[in-house]
Design a protein around this ligand. Sequence first.
Ligand SMILES: Nc1ncnc2c1ncn2[C@@H]1O[C@H](COP(=O)(O)OP(=O)(O)O)[C@@H](O)[C@H]1O
Ligand SMILES: [Mg+2]
Length: 374
Amino acid sequence: MYIQEISLHDFRNIESCRLIPCRGVNVICGQNAQGKTNLLEAIWLFTGAKSFRMAKDAQMIRWDSPYADLNLSFFSEKREQTARITISAAERKKIWLNEIEKKSASALIGNFCAVVFSPAHLSLVKGAPAERRRFLDTAICQLHPTYIQTLAGHQRALAQRNALLRDVRYHSELIDTLDYWDSQLVLYGTQIFLRRHQFIRDLSIKAGKIYRGISSDREELTLGYHSVFLPQEETDENSPDFYKEAAHRYEQMLRAGRRQDLVTGTTAVGAHRDDLLLRLDGMPAREYGSQGQQRSTALALKLGECDLFGEALGEAPVILLDDVMSELDDRRQKYILQNIKDRQVFITCCDGSLFAHSRGACFFRAKDGIFQGQ
Ligand SMILES: Nc1ncnc2c1ncn2[C@@H]1O[C@H](COP(=O)(O)OP(=O)(O)O)[C@@H](O)[C@H]1O
Ligand SMILES: [Mg+2]
């Protein structure tokens, strides 16, 4: 999959730009605050996800402009496709895919695919479990678009159950309805568990391999899954009983914890407490990893995710790397450049000389929201 053309109007500091990237490595270089990350953010929105900077839609419209207009033409599934997004402060975001208007941005998921890595993704390693759950869920959504409904169902069940736990204090007759929300939580929670379990298992292989490459075989990254759904003993994860047992175990836990949940007004156990465990040579990367190791870990997760997408889609997603090079030593940089060059990559940096020897790379100079090809 690759982008043929991007044109943006009134998006952040980009008043108007049209960019025709090459199919390999596109280096966007320029000083700080010129619009490099803005460009990647705009591309990222075409995946159907929210901004990787957690920005609200209205924040992305150029100041004093009524709306932002983003257009992308890309080649995927053996044909040229187009997508358009308009963001307006007054109205809902509008989305078109191949000239057909769609109801929401999620219609883009699975059509245009990208993987992004920015310094903020360090929180994947350093941050709270919620960050890692979000990473898992966003990735799984791109692989299995119906997973969005599973997440929404789980969210609803959890919110309803928690609200009910509090209401029961005043209306004891409501206790009977708890069974229903428990069963909903078991249903959706177990589906989430299975998807995450499978994804972590697959990602562990990919990211582990990439990390070995990044660290020149000196360090080992392993991924684990922390979840109440996991069996205590080894159960064959391919047997149909795996699902049944997980559901049964969770159901029992919910029952056992109900009394306590009624006191706190929240649900103590479930998929909303899962975590992705990251270990370097057996030690938690979050506590023991150096800065460089933590960065390499986050990057290995992202590039591993990219490999999984590539296999699932039958074509490699576009890779967006924001400011990664400045954070890594020479050896690590070299490995990355070697290993991404056969896909379309957008990589931002302040110092383009790093890429001087990258054959076939295209250079764009970013200045005040304008990207000049060189
Ligand atoms: N909605 C907006 N309208 C106009 N300018 C914006 C908007 N949001 C951010 N900016 C400007 O964009 C610039 C930052 O761009 P960014 O892409 O993050 O820079 P960098 O090139 O360092 O990656 C800042 O100068 C910021 O003021
Ligand atoms: Mg930036």
